[in-house]
Design a protein around this ligand. Structure first.
Ligand code: BES
Ligand code: MG
Ligand code: ZN
Length: 493
């Protein structure tokens, strides 16, 4: 991203021959020791294969240091068997290779593209490189803008995609272009999500998103509290009532240049609570610092919208982001308060810590006004779980088949609404026991979906940060999960 990327990416070059210090070869696993080899395979690799040390097993990475000053180092990585191959294997391999390249202090790294393309059928071969590049770069992310000592001084200087075949050039250029956009958008989501709340205020995000929209040719509208009040978004406004920082609604509009008749209109909606203290229903102190991530739903939808737009989505996209800070104070919303939502329904606030559904309720209602074919929202809504819900769940789950970001579905029977019926208003924002919290959050949101509208809700609370079990994610902080899934959904719906 021109304005806000902290991490500058190592530049990628295309070349016919390799003159850097380390060259990588990739192999699938076969049952025969030497089957992974082809005629041009360097002898060092042949030896490792013949001895059975290197089998091509998934996630195996070997580094062979050249024995003479002018001799290049070799890196070999296994992709597992062809039968079990999915791009996620290449993504994981990419992350492991990047970590090895970094620990071996490699300066200029090449990848033998011809070897990859020779290795399998066309579709499989062509799916390796994009995923590999994603894993490679995503693993190198660091949120170090507030650290005096950056650890970037021994960085890889250049990455070379080495192919003798000129015919690959156009394809390689497109792969690089698309992968760098994907990575950039995920970094943007991570940067937004990791920003501490004293800097990452509703106003900060509104300004940053406006700038990004200008850069990439999207329309952007920002509403402050006075305008939100005119829109009757009291449910949204009650969340920021205790905060000194003004709440903001941000609407991004992407219109495809090619106005195809078949184009659909997708609306993406994200929760942007910049800090969730719980409000008057104050949270306990333990791990409260993580609540700076409570705007990850909005950050994810910004990343996904820009990714789809920059990849040239043929579908129209309207993205609604609701930013507010949930704080206790003399003006904060109190338990027992009754608030009238934009759609006219009344809500009894039982717990001011169930605030995500309040900002989203009004945002979902507003989304209908843009007349989309479909609405998808995401939020760090409940500590309990991660879910995709609503009639649209199958389509969203389908998007995850190609992006391979794990997501699963919970039921959403109308009976669940019984749990949040209120004595004094049309509904409560929480029940007085802690059963089925994730589903109750979703059934609450459903009250803001008008008849006939297709809708899905993804609760990403448990996958938004600290997902280091995947090597392309940072150990601590935002993962950027589902940016690819929502972009894919928006483009392909
Ligand atoms: N932002 C939290 C959900 C959350 C918790 C996200 C932990 C990430 C990690 C949300 O606003 C919240 O407080 N939810 C409550 C709802 C309850 C009061 C009905 C929860 O899940 O406990
Ligand atoms: Mg809360
Ligand atoms: Zn919250």
């Amino acid at each position: 991203m021109k304005s806000e990327t902290i991490n500058t990416l190592t530049p990628i070059h295309l070349s016919k021959s390799f003159e850097g210090d380390t060259l990588a070869h990739f192999f699938f696993q076969t049952d025969k020791k030497t089957a992974a080899l082809h005629s041009e395979t360097p002898t060092e690799i042949q030896d490792l294969a013949k001895s059975g040390t290197f089998t091509g097993a998934a996630k195996s990475v070997f580094f062979i240091r050249g024995s003479y000053i002018d001799q290049i180092n070799l890196l070999i990585a296994g992709l597992g068997t062809k039968k079990d191959f999915t791009p996620e294997k290449a993504r994981l391999t990419g992350a492991m290779v990047a970590n090895r390249v970094s620990s071996e202090k490699v300066k200029s790294f090449g990848i033998n593209i011809d070897g990859i393309l020779k290795g399998s059928n066309k579709a499989t071969a062509e799916s390796i490189l994009p995923a590999f590049l994603e894993g490679f770069y995503l693993s190198q992310y660091a949120f170090d803008k507030y650290k005096s000592q950056k650890n970037g001084n021994q960085k890889l200087e250049s990455l070379h995609l080495v192919s003798e075949d000129r015919k690959n050039e156009a394809w390689l250029k497109k792969v690089i272009h698309d992968a760098l956009i994907t990575i950039d958008c995920i970094f943007l989501t991570r940067n937004f999500s990791n920003e501490p709340s004293n800097y990452g205020t509703p106003e900060f995000y509104a300004n940053e998103i406006s700038k990004l929209c200008k850069t990439y040719g999207l329309k952007c509208k920002v509403m402050g509290e006075a305008e939100a009040r005119k829109e009757k978004m009291e449910l949204f406004l009650c969340v920021g009532a205790g905060s000194e920082r003004e709440s903001k609604v941000v609407i991004m509009e992407y219109t495809p240049k090619t106005g195809a008749k078949s184009a659909k209109h997708v609306s993406l909606v994200g929760k942007g609570v910049t800090f969730d203290s719980g409000g008057i229903s104050l949270k306990p102190g333990m791990r409260m610092e993580d609540m700076k991530h409570d705007m990850t739903g909005a950050a994810t939808m910004v990343g996904a919208t820009l990714m789809a737009a920059r990849l040239g989505s043929k579908n129209k996209i309207t993205t609604i982001l609701v930013f507010a800070e949930n704080m206790p104070s003399g003006t904060a919303t109190q338990p027992g308060n009754i608030i009238r939502a934009r759609n006219g329904k009344t809500v009894e606030i039982i717990n001011t810590d169930a605030e995500g559904r309040l900002v989203l309720g009004d945002a979902l209602d507003l989304a209908h006004d843009y007349k989309p074919d479909v609405i998808v929202n995401t939020a760090t809504l409940t500590g309990a779980s991660s879910v995709a819900l609503g009639k649209l769940a199958k389509t969203v789950l389908k998007s995850t088949e190609s992006t391979e970001e794990a997501l699963w579905q919970l039921p959403l029977w109308d009976e669940y609404f019984e749990d949040i019926k209120s004595q004094y208003a049309d509904m409560m924002n929480s029940a007085n026991d802690s059963n089925g919290g994730t589903i109750r959050g979703a059934i609450f949101l459903k009250q803001f979906i008008r008849p006939g509208m297709k809708w899905a809700h993804v609760d990403l609370a448990n996958r938004a940060y600290d997902q280091g079990y995947l090597p392309y994610n940072p150990r601590k902080g935002s993962s950027g999960v589902y940016v690819r899934t929502f972009a894919h959904f928006a483009m392909n719906y």
